[in-house]
Design a protein around this ligand. Structure first.
Ligand code: ZN
Ligand code: ZN
Length: 148
């Protein structure tokens, strides 16, 4: 929740910056979902990609080489990709409480991760996987205590 609030302030600044940049872009593109053809909004795209600067988001938007998807189509694509990861490793166990986790539960809990990051965590044998963010917190806080 706290994380969200910070992101909102950051998002707001980036939206303003992006608006300025668009005003200075005479050939600003209209974009539609590559899959279903629905009109896309660059500000939605920005809010999904907060790790990028407004300028970079605009560059990607204007770049004919990139394909864009609406939220719904993206979710379906994501699900397909997750199923491919599931084929490699079906179950992992929480590094804190040891309960079995499947990749769908994991991806739901760690929604902010990109598919590539999700895949990396899930498939790397020595990576720590947690059933929830709470478990992750517990794990690292008990570890800190042991150090002292
Ligand atoms: Zn679509
Ligand atoms: Zn756990």
């Amino acid at each position: 929740m706290f994380e969200r609030k910070i992101n909102n302030a950051e998002l707001w600044l980036k939206i303003r910056k992006l608006r300025e940049l668009i005003n200075q872009t005479p050939n600003f593109k209209k974009r539609a979902c590559f899959e279903c053809g629905k009109d896309l909004n660059i500000y939605d795209f920005l809010s999904d990609n907060l790790e990028f600067t407004a300028g970079y988001v605009l560059d990607m938007w204007q770049n004919a080489l990139f394909e864009f998807f609406c939220c719904e189509c993206f979710k379906i694509l994501k699900k397909d990709e997750i199923m491919l990861i599931e084929k490699e490793i079906k179950t992992r166990y929480c590094s804190n409480c040891n309960i079995p986790i499947n990749i769908f539960k994991f991806s739901n809990e760690y929604r902010h991760l990109k598919i590539s990051e999700l895949k990396e965590y899930w498939l790397k044998p020595d990576s720590k996987i947690f059933c929830s963010r709470l478990c992750e917190k517990k794990f690292y806080s008990s570890k800190d205590k042991k150090k002292f």
